[in-house]
Design a protein around this ligand. Structure first.
Ligand SMILES: Cc1cc2nc3c(=O)[nH]c(=O)nc-3n(C[C@H](O)[C@H](O)[C@H](O)COP(=O)(O)OP(=O)(O)OC[C@H]3O[C@@H](n4cnc5c(N)ncnc54)[C@H](O)[C@@H]3O)c2cc1C
Length: 374
């Protein structure tokens, strides 16, 4: 036996002596929040459901329950069951057609209390990021935000002399996305996480799957209806990254002000009758400069415009995966060694503040990008 094998054997022997602790107190199975947009299911609802189904095989009770809220929410039950749910808690109410923090938090919290899952998964969309901490705080449990991998496995705390054979492993990029951190919290239940949209694939639908549908009525109070939705505009619907001839894409390097400038450029190009959209890197989305539906790359959209202008984007492999088949790429970056230049047809090593304003002026005076020979 090699030295490494011997060390592993001794470690396993010591681990086996650490007493198993079970603080679940009856909590079992996995629940997910199935986000809706108006009367439709959000695509991420099925992504997290598929992942819940996959990891459920690693815990004692493998029941997966989806909580769906909205106007006519019952119509989603079959879709959720065919994509992996065993049970669907339906909270159907015309007043819940569009997301509102207070009634949604009330509804999901009460459903979780009744379901009593050991794991709870939310989408890390703008709405999920608002809902999940509210529910976690009402339930006095922890929450790991923005996970990109989920698993179930053993966690041993030598310090506390505790062994959890099936802890929820919530994995997410950290330290400026350069490392993956595994977060655990098997001391309060449900162990809760939000998961980035676009990371997991939904299961292929199986229409022969059977499930249970539970119509659930939360105890709303007047306090829950303090806010009113006056109108709802879905920006994502208007965004046509896949159809744009030109994508002007911003990175973390340009900050919030830079995105205001890029939007002005996009508006000016559009004014001239060219098909253009605003894209972004994930670091810019994470920094809150722009919403996720603009993200290009491995966990965002894949695009093939005639012209891709990368402004203040370093060119991480995950970003290149989404844009490298653009016909022409122009990169603007202060760092001459930035990786984005390796896929660029034209590179400008400069501060975007020196490049974008004169370009806006040029476009406003009638300049159009010419795609002949592109
Ligand atoms: C599982 C996983 C999936 C991922 N999926 C994606 C994805 O889909 N899409 C994606 O983009 N990323 C994705 N990432 C993240 C990716 O690894 C990078 O962290 C991210 O792309 C970096 O974004 P950025 O280039 O905007 O930021 P940074 O890497 O911080 O780069 C900023 C750049 O701006 C430049 N700069 C600074 N100031 C200026 C200025 N004034 N003018 C001009 N340039 C300036 C800097 O020189 C630098 O090159 C993923 C990561 C993981 C782990």
């Amino acid at each position: 036996m090699s030295e490494d094998d011997e060390r592993a054997r001794r470690r396993a022997e010591l681990d086996a002596k650490v007493p198993i602790v079970d603080l679940r107190n009856g909590a079992k199975g996995i629940a997910t929040w199935a986000q809706t947009i108006g009367e439709d299911l959000h695509p991420a609802a099925l992504e997290i459901l598929g992942e819940a189904r996959r990891i459920s095989s690693k815990i004692d009770d493998q029941t997966v329950t989806s909580i769906v809220i909205g106007k006519n929410a019952e119509k989603h039950a079959d879709t959720l069951i065919s994509h992996g749910a065993d049970k669907v808690y339906v909270i159907s109410d015309d007043r819940l057609e569009y997301y509102r923090d207070l009634p949604y938090a009330r509804a999901v919290t009460e459903a979780i209390k009744e379901i009593n899952p050991e794991i709870m998964i939310y989408t890390a969309t703008a709405l999920g990021r608002s809902l999940a901490p509210r529910c976690a705080s009402r339930l006095h449990v922890g929450l790991s935000a923005d996970c990109t991998q989920l698993d179930v496995g053993q966690y041993i705390s030598r310090k506390q002399n505790q062994r959890f054979p099936t802890a929820f492993l919530m994995i997410r990029p950290s330290f400026g996305e350069s490392k993956l951190a595994t977060i655990i919290g098997p001391w309060t239940y449900p162990q809760s996480a939000t998961v980035r949209p676009g990371v997991f694939r939904p299961l292929e639908p199986d229409t022969t799957r059977k499930g249970e549908v539970i119509l659930f009525t939360p105890n709303f109070t007047d306090e829950d209806w303090k806010t009113e939705v006056l109108s709802f505009e879905n920006e994502a619907d208007r965004l046509e990254l896949d159809k744009a001839d030109i994508i002007i894409s911003g990175g973390k390097g340009i900050g919030k002000d830079g995105f205001v400038m890029l939007q002005e450029l996009v508006d000016a190009i559009r004014e001239n009758g060219q098909k253009v959209e605003l894209g972004s890197s994930r670091a810019a989305v994470n920094a809150g400069y722009i919403s996720h539906d603009h993200q290009i790359g491995q966990t965002g959209k894949t695009v093939h415009p005639k012209l891709y202008v990368a402004v203040g984007i370093s060119g991480a492999i995950q970003h290149l995966m989404g844009m490298q088949s653009s016909r022409k790429v122009i990169a603007i970056n202060t760092d001459p060694n930035a990786r984005i230049f390796s896929v660029a047809d034209y590179g400008i090593v400069d501060d975007y503040k020196n490049v974008i304003p004169p370009l806006i002026e040029k476009v406003k005076s009638g300049f159009k990008f010419n795609f002949e020979n592109v």
